[in-house]
Ligand binder design. Structure first.
Ligand code: SAM
Length: 273
């Protein structure tokens, strides 16, 4: 933590800011490539203004630093050269107005009210305004495991879990499932979730590609091993053995065997609960 550039900027801020000790490694990991660049950075949650100064120091004079807060008190930081927008992050109309005035965004850091509604509405409202290469970062996501921030079933982390499924639904064979193509990837840290924007990559058609290299006719043992174990387990001289040579029955047998095998799976111990 102490050796990160974000921690240095944090300690140099003239006004108070409170962050968790684990966040600085994550900030540097995510934000270092944007340092010194003419980016648009938005932080939701201004409070005492300390983090606005931290980010100005961190990103440098070329960055446009914008603060969003529910409290009108935050407007005073405009005198220090920050752009401040007053409103609620859980209000999609507020974000529509915000986007119309601000334009495209490179980095968003949500350190606002931390309820599930606020976090989810913020992500959903800002995704279409993000530049490619940008990051939409939500912090204090540990509230998803705490009382008082909304309905557990619809917590921010439950939303993120669905988004993980939807990233995988981009795979060609799942074309009927609702794939997520607005962002490319999600990176998850202790209490921080980052959505990375890359429209070209996230909309790429999912298909098998052959590199045209020499084929040495290697045998893929995956399917063979399953069929072999299914047919082997029953005597080939029995009536059932004969039936199993029929491909449909073989498939059923393989499925049954898989079910039994997975139920006894040794790797179950790697799951919680
Ligand atoms: C954790 S503090 C921000 C701390 C600040 N980023 C820092 O590091 O010093 C949370 C801020 O979010 C603001 N906030 C709470 N609910 C909000 C909402 N619905 N919309 C916008 N801001 C909100 C609060 O007014 C408060 O200033």
């Amino acid at each position: 933590m102490k050796f990160t550039q974000s921690f240095k900027s944090f300690t140099q801020s003239p006004y108070r800011s409170i962050k968790h000790s684990t966040y600085f490694e994550v900030y540097d990991h995510l934000f270092l490539p944007y340092k010194g660049k003419p980016i648009t950075f938005v932080e939701i949650g201004v409070l005492g203004g300390g983090s606005l100064f931290m980010w100005r120091d961190y990103f440098g004079p070329q960055a446009r630093i914008i603060g969003v807060d529910l409290s009108p008190n935050a407007s005073k930081w405009q005198e220090h050269g920050f752009e401040i927008f007053i409103g609620s992050q859980s209000d999609p109309h507020f974000w529509n107005n915000f986007k119309a005035q601000v334009g495209r965004l490179d980095l968003v850091l949500d350190d606002g009210g931390h309820t599930y509604e606020q976090q989810i509405v913020t992500v959903e409202s800002l995704l279409d305004a993000m530049n490619d290469g940008g990051l939409l970062v939500v912090e204090d996501t540990h509230t998803s495991y705490m009382k008082g921030f909304g309905q557990t079933r619809y917590s921010f982390i439950e939303y993120v879990k669905q988004k993980i499924d939807q990233i995988n639904f981009r795979f060609a064979k799942f074309s009927t499932k609702p794939a997520e193509k607005r962002f490319w990837s999600i990176e998850i840290f202790d209490s921080i979730v980052a959505f990375r924007m890359n429209r070209q990559a996230s909309q790429l058609k999912s298909e098998l590609i052959d590199n045209g290299g020499q084929n040495d006719h290697a045998i893929d043992l995956r399917a063979q091993a399953q069929v072999a174990s299914a047919t082997h387990s029953t005597s080939t001289h029995s009536k059932l053995g004969f039936l199993l040579r029929c491909s449909y029955l073989k498939k059923v047998m393989v499925k049954l065997q898989q079910l039994i095998k997975y139920n006894k799976a040794t790797y179950k111990k790697y799951f919680i609960g």
